[in-house]
Design a binder for this molecule. Structure first.
Ligand code: CA2
Length: 144
């Protein structure tokens, strides 16, 4: 099985600022943890980050026929992007929305996700563990 992990704007800054909210792990640390968690499942992982909405849309479109599950931390685009929502709906690949922080317990503008209605589920609030739990969720979604 092949899983595409996509990370949105500013997640390349992880570990450098706001450790109280997002933790001390860098995105490279998290990628290494995801690969470790995927190994026993024999799942192949592609792990990417972009600060550009259009690039994320292109990657979602290109995933069709190549990946079984998408795991998406769309970062701030979660709350604004109709384009990402439409891309997820268009490709029809089961997509899991993830967040480091518990977005439901934060500012009101973070409590609305435009992508949630087109995702199979959400994992939020567990820091880097949200990514590792998403590996298990991706495996179970693919077994359905
Ligand atoms: O909790 C999450 O994973 C978020 O997707 C993170 C986004 C935020 O806009 C979402 O509401 C929730 C922010 C990612 C930016 O990460 C930073 C990392 C270090 C310093 C500043 C921002």
């Amino acid at each position: 099985m092949k899983v595409l992990f996509l990370n949105g704007p500013n997640l390349n800054l992880l570990g450098q600022r706001e450790p109280g909210i997002y933790g001390r792990a860098t995105l490279a640390d998290i990628e290494a943890g995801v690969r470790k968690r995927a190994k026993p499942h024999k799942a192949k992982v592609d792990f990417r980050q972009s600060n550009h909405e259009g690039e994320l849309v292109t990657w979602i479109q290109e995933a069709k026929g190549k990946f079984d599950v998408i795991v998406l931390n769309a970062a701030a685009l979660t709350h604004t992007s109709v384009a990402l929502r439409d891309a997820i709906a268009a490709v029809g690949i089961p997509t899991i929305e993830i967040h480091l922080s518990n977005t439901s317990a934060r500012e009101s503008f973070r409590q609305k996700s435009l992508i949630a209605p087109v995702c199979v589920g959400q994992i939020a609030g567990f820091g880097a563990n949200s990514y590792y739990l998403a590996v298990d969720a991706a495996v179970s979604v693919n077994e359905k």
